[in-house]
Structures are given as structure tokens and as C-alpha cells.
Design a protein around this ligand. Sequence first.
Ligand code: APR
Ligand code: ZN
Length: 376
Amino acid sequence: MKMQAAVLHHPSRPVTVEEVQLDPPKASEVLVKVAASGVCHSDVRYADGDLGPDRWPMVLGHEGAGVVEAVGEGVTHVAPGDHVAFCFVPACRECRYCLAGKPNLCTVVAEHGSRGMLLDGTSRLRLADGTTLQHGLRTACFADYAVVPVGGAVPIPRELPLWQAALLGCGVVTGMGAVRNVAQVRAGDSVVVFGAGGVGLQVIAGARLAGADPLIAVDRVPEKLELARALGATHVVDAAAEQAPVKALKRLTDGGPDFAFEVIGRPETIRLAWDTIRPGGTAVVVGLVPDGVEASIPAIQFLSDKSIRGTYYGSGDPAAELPGLARLAIDGDLELARVVTHTAPLDGVEEALARLRRGEGARTVLLIDPDLSGSP
Ligand code: APR
Ligand code: ZN
């Protein structure tokens, strides 16, 4: 079919919305009518060419929700009409990592996905002139429709409006997973979160649910710090105004927090997270750093029993966790609407990316089918 999609032709050029060709779903694939999609800083990384060469031309978008339009042979877990959230690691369930209970590290997804292909190694997307297009993070949901592998469409309850459900498959899974699966924050643990953007705010929401206290947000944009407070931060530190943030954070946490989350993706803030944690504490790096950039820490400090940890996509089983996260949102324990500071049509994608580059607003949700999205 022909449809509109946001295409990254080359990082030196703006993303354009244009007509592209989408092939029907093959066996073990699902065709979804996209209702709404969140714009994430990882989309900026792609758009700016920060993730290395050969990542274009590509249809962007990896966080979204919609309604199943058709299913390929062998798909039984969803049927046309079902509401789904996208899961950008559609685990094969058969590889070494999937069998070991680490489906977020699925090797089949890693192998084909890094080339922008679906799990059989091919694409369903073409430019009008026939050029093959990559699927952004196996999802490519800045488009009217998306064909995703079977594990990429996760059924969710209808009560959750799709414009809110759109956030589940990246920001929420990543942020909540970092808190619950990686740090395993317990009531009374002290937590500092560097970066209160779309993903960082979900880390804050998750840490609040886990009972973190104090729960301190660090950002350089006052508007983000206000949002962080609204989502449960007990304290905020303005990184632009505070000369010695580490000192301030240590003061607030009796010598350093149990956990610091870096949700920005910069070597300086990874270092700040490391410097801030108490002896025996853990720094969790959630932010995506441009390809080739290194971070350094003073190695003698390993003696202080500190740890630093990476995480990918919540480090759990994203597809299994999504319905429960949707339930939290329906019950009002996760206020998804609050992190949506902007909505826009698909055509607004380039401006949404620009806002992220400028650090303005938290999430923009693209209302690709406004009626279906349920947005007020
Ligand atoms: N000090 C403090 N805060 C900073 C700094 C800094 N030096 N630089 C940026 N920030 C803040 C921004 O103001 C913004 O609020 O970090 C936040 C980043 O948020 P977003 O741009 O909304 O990015 P988000 O989509 O949340 O993604 C954050 O997680 O998954 C990864 O790829 C993603 O690396 C990205 C990170
Ligand atoms: Zn994302």
C-alpha cells in the first residue's frame, strides 16, 4: 500500500514526510494502523547520524501504539481490531539470550535490526522510486501503518487511550525497567536521576512508585524540573545554576545516593553520576551516547565498592511487562498524559526533533490518526 511516512534520507537533511510503499505482512508479522507515536531522543540520534554510518534511508519512529489491521500467517496472539503498543525488540524466543531470560538482548533482533531490517533480514518499506528503506528500530511508526515482527505488537487494554499508550514501548519500558529490573530500587533507597526528559521522567515515576526517598531530579531546564516534581521528585537540582552539583547532591543524600541514573547520554553526565553515588552505590547508564564517544572514570574508585551498569530497553522482558505497565497507567499510578508536553500531526516530526535538540518540552506525541489516538 501507499502511505505517508517520515523518512530520514541523510543526516545532513531534515526528515521529510512523503509517500512510501509498504508491503503486506509476511508470516509471523503484523500490520498495524498507527494511532500515535512518541518522539524520543534516540530518534534525534538517528536523525543526526550519531549512531554510525549506513543508518539511512530509514522510516523513523520506535515508540507508538495503534490498532491491528491484518496479521500474517501463524500470528495468533492478536487479531484485527486489537489495540497494541509497539515493542522495538521483538524477541525471537529461541536464541541464547531469549532462552536465558534476557529477550531484550535477542541476537536475531540485534543482527537484522541493526541493519534496519525485520527478523527475516528484509524490509517491507520502499521509497516511491523503489529504493529500500530501513525500519527504524524494527518499528518505523512515524507512518500511517507499520509492519512489525510478531513480537513487536503487544496487545494492551482498550481503556488506555492510544495517545498515552504510545509512550509505553520506549520511555516507559526503558525507564521503569531501569528502576525495577536493573537497580531494583526498594522503599527508602536514595535516588538521583540525571536528565528529566521523556525517558528520565519515567525513571522518576518508577522510582517514586518503588518508594525512593529522597528522589532527586537533575536537569538544566527549569521546566523539566517542575515536571519532575509533579511526577514525584522530592528535590530538584538545576545543573545550569548549580556550580557544584555533586556536592549539593551528596549533601541531600547523606554522602551520596544508593543509585544514580544517567538518562541524557553524555560522557560528562555519566561521570557526574559516578562521582555522585556513595561508596557501594550503583550508577545506571540509560542514556544513549553517540557512537564512538568514550566515558571515563577514575579507576582507583573501584576500591570504594562502586558499580556502573548499562541497560538496554529496561533489561527485562519488555513484551511481557508492557500490559502490566499499561495497567499501572489505567489505574492512575503512572501519569502518562503529564509527560506529553506537545502533540502534533505527522508533519510536525522535524519540529519535534528540533525541540528535543533545544531541550524544550518533554515528549511530543505525533497524532498520526487523531480520532484513533483518543487525544482530547
Ligand atoms: N545536564 C543536565 N541535564 C541535561 C544536560 C546536562 N548537561 N544535557 C541535557 N540535559 C537534559 C535535557 O534538558 C533533557 O531534559 O536531559 C534531558 C534529556 O531528555 P530528552 O531530550 O527528552 O531525551 P529522552 O527522550 O528522555 O532520552 C534520554 O535516554 O533512551 C535514551 O536515547 C535516549 O540518550 C537518550 C536518553
Ligand atoms: Zn526511545
